[in-house]
Design a protein around this ligand. Structure first.
Ligand SMILES: [Zn+2]
Ligand SMILES: [Zn+2]
Length: 238
């Protein structure tokens, strides 16, 4: 499913905000909405605008699938603007709160230059995590979203699984950019082996049909088989 409009309804009570500076932002709930990831700090404005036209009370929960700035960068401002609860996996929460250092990445020269020049303009925006999650916890959204801890991209990377609707929010651990289903971006993934182990052992054990990635296009059917093919192709290529 290729999304071109800024806010697209995916199914009952689920929308996706695709034109952001950061990641895909998922909005859940018919009444006061909640967010699964919320983009860069730069995205706060368009999110705020959209929220004011929809529900002036703002979001109820902001769920961060991991600590990277393109997923939680707008959360501190949204939390100040509206009264909402931030939830994240316990292994990423200290970095999000600024009590543990933000890890550095080994980048190619072009990206390193880009970060050196533009990095100071977009500093990491820490936010208080109101609820620290662990594997198997259930978030009271969409009739129950189960936390699937999938470390590797970050220590506290998590997916969210809705078993009745067979939906899986995969964050950066499975992306679907430019029609290519893939694991997490290698440059920003310190432990690729663990990430793929998580996919093989935990993701493939789930009964899901719909895949909602952190970047790229949503897959509306046959997602588990597509992930199986991706794993197979990776094995052949190695
Ligand atoms: Zn990431
Ligand atoms: Zn990302």
């Amino acid at each position: 499913m290729r999304v071109r409009d800024p806010l697209v309804q995916i199914s009952a009570g689920l929308w996706m905000m695709a034109r952001t500076w950061g990641c895909n932002v998922y909005i859940v709930g018919e009444g006061r909405p909640s967010f699964i990831d919320a983009g860069f700090p730069l995205d706060t404005r368009s999110i705020g605008r959209m929220l004011r036209s929809r529900d002036p009370a703002g979001p109820e929960y902001l769920v961060a699938t991991h600590y990277h700035l393109d997923h939680m960068g707008s959360m501190s401002r949204l939390k100040k603007q509206f009264s909402c609860h931030v939830v994240a996996h316990q292994d990423d929460a200290d970095i999000m709160e600024g009590t543990a250092p933000y890890p550095t990445f080994k980048l190619d020269p072009l990206r390193a230059f880009y970060y050196k020049v533009l990095g100071p303009l977009y500093p990491y925006e820490c936010v208080k995590v109101d609820r620290r999650l662990t594997d198997g916890d259930v978030i009271d959204l969409m009739g129950g979203l189960t936390v699937v801890h999938t470390p590797g991209h970050t220590a506290g990377s998590m997916m969210l699984f809705q078993p009745d609707r067979r939906m899986l929010f995969t964050s950066d651990t499975i992306r679907n950019e430019d029609g290519v289903l893939d694991g997490p971006p290698p440059q920003y993934t310190p432990d690729m082996e663990s990430a793929f182990e998580s996919i093989e052992e935990k993701v493939m054990a789930l009964d899901f049909d719909i895949l909602l990635p952190g970047h790229g296009d949503v897959i509306l059917s046959g997602a588990r088989e597509a992930v199986g093919r991706m794993l197979q192709e990776r094995k052949v290529a190695r």
